[in-house]
Design a protein around this ligand. Sequence first.
Ligand code: SF4
Ligand code: SF4
Length: 220
Amino acid sequence: MRFISEKARKQGVIFIRFDKDAPPEVKSSSEGIVVTVKDHILQQQVEITAELLTLSAGMTAEDTGELSGIMKLNRNPEGFFIEAHVKLRPVDMPSEGVFLCGTAHGPKLISETIAQSQAAASRATTFLAKDEIKLSAITAKVDTDHCVKCLTCVRSCPFGVPVFNTETKVIEINEAICHGCGVCAGVCPRQAIQLSFYEDDQIACKIDALMEAVPVRLMP
Ligand code: SF4
Ligand code: SF4
């Protein structure tokens, strides 16, 4: 959208921002339509006489909050959903198997929406076309003997994976949907969560080996 506004400016379009509390006023006169608005940079009233007034309503993301909470989808400050990576994964959401297109992503032209929808459909097809999907082997596991059920991992996981099973009274992590990010292992106050291939002992050994390899120079 920024490029479109730049192109419009180069062709002579003038954009004027106004304060929400002081919206533009429109009056009809013998010379035509007169729009009066306070320019927020000049801090002065600007009067524009026009032959034609066209209204274009803005777009807001008012109903994304509930879906974002249920599916753990990231949103920007304006409430639109955010892609996993703007260049490398432009139609993927951070949650696996969820794809993004159209105005869920932000206001855009219909041509952009169609192109993005086709890209999202193609990405979804890459999963649906497979008989099997390989998952990452790096997942979190809970040692239920050491868990004190503080629920810190439940609150911290960005993907909502750990759950407290009310019947068995233990924390459960579904390895099929765990992203292996390690957040839960880092925040667990009891070190009751370990990440496969990145267990605490393995990390400690690597740090020890690294420190042995680095010559330590004592300052006089
Ligand atoms: S953060 Fe650790 S101790 Fe707390 S509920 Fe999760 S696994 Fe148990
Ligand atoms: S490793 Fe990451 S995705 Fe998996 S349960 Fe822990 S915080 Fe959630």
